[in-house]
Design a protein around this ligand. Structure first.
Ligand code: ZN
Ligand code: ZN
Length: 147
């Protein structure tokens, strides 16, 4: 039995040559394919996805805390406990009659309820004095949910 020896003896170089030839032709084909691909428009469509990581109320106070703050509806006299606070520090406009204001109990600062509600949903500090507000919802002493 000398078949295996023959295969190893002459078959191996032949096989090696065949592989080389195969790689060579393959490379040729690839080169050709690459040339063809160069004509193809590269799809470099700018997909700039700006990850807008806006703090969605996670940074501010919860709604219950904000709603627990005392509200004041302005009368025609625009009477405020502190007359100097006639303008909302958030929107910088003067308070008008029948506008609803909200007070931050910790510092007694007044703002439009709409303005401060929005502000406190994103911040935990008073926009005027930067007093840190506690995010813990205080237990309401008197619930007005009596039906
Ligand atoms: Zn305002
Ligand atoms: Zn304040």
């Amino acid at each position: 039995m000398k078949i295996s020896e023959v295969t190893f003896g002459t078959g191996l170089p032949a096989l090696f040559l065949l592989i080389c030839l195969a790689i060579y032709t393959r490379k040729k084909v690839n080169d050709h394919a690459q040339i063809q691909q160069q004509n193809h428009v590269p799809d470099d469509i700018l997909t700039t996805t700006i990850a807008q990581q806006l703090p969605v109320s996670a940074m501010g106070l919860d709604k219950l805390t904000i709603e627990s703050y005392p509200m004041t509806v302005l009368g025609e006299s625009k009477r405020l406990p502190k007359p100097c606070d006639a303008t909302c520090a958030i929107c910088l406009s003067e308070y008008k009659p029948s506008e609803t204001l909200r007070t931050i109990p910790e510092c007694n600062h007044y703002f439009h309820s709409d303005c401060i509600d929005e502000w406190l949903q994103l911040n935990t500090t008073c926009p005027v004095c930067r007093n840190l507000q506690e995010s813990t919802t205080p237990i309401p002493s008197s619930t007005s949910l009596n039906t």
